[in-house]
Ligand binder design. Structure first.
Ligand SMILES: C[S@@+](CC[C@H](N)C(=O)[O-])C[C@H]1O[C@@H](n2cnc3c(N)ncnc32)[C@H](O)[C@@H]1O
Length: 254
């Protein structure tokens, strides 16, 4: 799928841009991870790769005194996140803006909490944690989710598929080592259950795929978007015991 092609990107956003979430996750897991964050209520949160803003809204609801800035590189995702924040009445202290989470538009030493659900893969765990270290206030925390292998020897079919999608896919031991190499330690971690993939991601995605198929008969790019999503869902259906996402809540070690 070539997301540099404007038509393909438009089709991609028709499927992913208004899903409840643009990756595996649920509010219950966002809240569980927030409960693992040590110290006082954060005054500032940066939400990197916010997508349509599900976790941004969840954090805004849970932290009524906190200023939240969410960034995403896709303007359409930012619009959807801001639409949801406005609809819930949080827009005075929680906003999304177009930006690169590798260089977020915040001052050094200004963030109590950096949140990143389903997006740290785009930078790499070590690179992201190192880039965000100077942005944290003393006592600050980073919470992120990352896909991981759950078994030592996954079947070749799913191993090769993930290799083509995300060559850096690691297991928990390797992710722990990356966190350590980046100069952080774990304060809490847990694996996401299968419901985090189905309820707000793959089930609603299936409905969007049906709509896309019906709306663009004979459109090759639409067929590609549908096929690639269906393959992904089929892989999870058949091989979910071999991989999932996990939440990691980490703090700098120095
Ligand atoms: C898998 S989606 C997850 C979105 C959202 N956090 C969620 O869980 O629903 C990943 C998001 O990260 C965004 N993204 C990827 N690289 C980024 C970057 N360098 N800076 C900001 N956003 C980025 C993508 O545009 C996409 O919206």
């Amino acid at each position: 799928m070539d997301l540099d092609d404007p038509h393909t990107l438009e089709l991609f956003l028709e499927v992913y841009g208004t899903l409840p979430r643009a990756g595996p996750g649920q509010d219950a897991h966002t809240m569980r991870a927030l409960g693992l964050v040590p110290g006082r209520t954060p005054r500032t949160v940066l939400d990197g790769g916010c997508g349509p803003g599900a976790q941004t809204v969840c954090l805004a609801r849970a932290l009524p005194e906190t200023r939240i800035l969410a960034v995403d590189i896709l303007g359409e995702m930012v619009e959807e996140a801001n639409r949801r924040l406005t609809a819930e009445g949080w827009a005075d202290r929680a906003q999304a803006q177009v930006g690169d989470m590798a260089e977020p538009p915040v001052e050094p030493g200004s963030q109590d909490l950096i949140w990143c659900e389903g997006a740290i893969y785009s930078m790499g765990v070590i690179e992201a944690l190192r880039a965000w270290r100077p942005l944290l206030r003393p006592g600050g925390t980073v919470a992120f989710t990352e896909p991981l292998w759950l078994t030592d020897a996954p079947p070749a079919e799913i191993h090769d598929w993930w290799l083509s999608e995300y060559p850096a896919m690691a297991d928990d031991r390797e992710i722990r080592s990356e966190i350590d190499q980046a100069g952080y330690h774990i304060v809490g971690t847990f694996e996401l259950p299968a419901s985090a993939w189905w309820d707000e991601y793959y089930q609603p995605m299936r409905a969007r795929l049906e709509t896309l198929r019906a709306r663009y008969p004979g459109d090759r790019a639409a067929a590609d978007v549908v096929r690639s999503a269906e393959i992904e869902i089929d892989m999870f259906q058949r091989f979910s015991e071999h991989y999932s996402y996990a939440f990691y809540v980490v703090q700098p070690s120095d």
